[in-house]
Design a protein around this ligand. Sequence first.
Ligand SMILES: C[S@@+](CC[C@H](N)C(=O)[O-])C[C@H]1O[C@@H](n2cnc3c(N)ncnc32)[C@H](O)[C@@H]1O
Length: 386
Amino acid sequence: MANELFDKAKKNKKDEFYTQLPDIEAELRHYQEHFRGKVVFCNCDDPYESYFFKYFAMNFNHLGLKKLVATGYAGSPVAYQQLFLFDVKCIKESNHGTKRPYKIEINEVGDANADGAVDLSDVEQLIKNGKNTLTLLEGDGDFRSAESIALLKQADIVVTNPPFSLFREYVAQLVEYNKSFLIIGNTNALTYKEIFSLFKKNRIRTGYTNFNVGMYFFVPANWEEYHRVENGRKMVRVSTSCWFTNLDVQKHKEFLTFHKHYSPDEYPRYVNYDAIEVSKTAEIPYDYDGEMGVPITFLDKFNPDQFEIVALGIVGSIEFSSERKMEILKDGKTTGKYTVNAKGTLYRKYNPDIDSKPPAFKDVETGELFSSIYARIIIKRKGTKK
Ligand SMILES: C[S@@+](CC[C@H](N)C(=O)[O-])C[C@H]1O[C@@H](n2cnc3c(N)ncnc32)[C@H](O)[C@@H]1O
């Protein structure tokens, strides 16, 4: 339900989901040691609008940053519509009537009100400091533009919530330029071929924020559908939001312990691939060394020293061993529609003793009934033979 609005927005390529400061703080507090002496780039972040920029500006000294750069995007409908955080008249006036986004570069943050802390009122003073600059970009601020890539090359760590409709391209660019990153994305992206292959190679992992809780984002004032209003701003909840990073994350170094013993009755085999079905990560049997199909959410716990990711359990990622013509059933009943190999998913024999749902497919020749398994990752314990 919470994701319907996100799915619609994704379909319409509406990328305007603005991250809240508490969500940024909750994740970023785990990585402090990674930021000392580093150049941080927020490349999808209107400096007036983005709490990513504000977070790093406020914590500039505490984190020991060398430099902070943020660039906005001309295509963003909120650009220039929100109240300006800073009073920089000359810039406002020079941009009148145009849609050119800003670049802000921060090299020094003082404690202007001398209260020992750096807060937003100090941030207001930032660009009055001669070492910091706020300029108009030459182009539209697209993260793929030469101007933005030049800034990317100078950066050590990229931190933002990028446009979800361009997520594959966005991550590919970070990988191409070999940058550290900490970004918000959607759990749907775990099954994108390109993203999944980075998980397999241990070049991306999920962050600390609970994977299944979701996050609320501010959305533009003209959006008609939203979940709640906070301080006059509309918000949408995306239940499948999560963080992706290539920085170290402690939980992915921890060995998971399991308590269930393997038995063929409790762990049925797929018919079209040589692996057992494990429907919950917590139920991975401690004494099974072969390949196992586990839910996608396993990736949030994945320790590459303990398990190896073999493949995504869908056609195109693994070779299925059988080619059966099947009738597609609806609520267990005949439909007169047919498929091969359960529409390209893993499947296993239907077992009324353990299946809460009716069978999904019926073998046309033998009449056997099957249950379809959609989203699985095939894994095996490290150091075991197939
Ligand atoms: C999900 S929003 C997040 C905004 C901000 N990073 C935050 O978290 O509050 C993604 C932002 O990227 C901008 N955007 C869309 N396409 C872009 C592109 N090609 N290059 C740079 N920014 C882009 C959108 O306008 C939008 O403001």
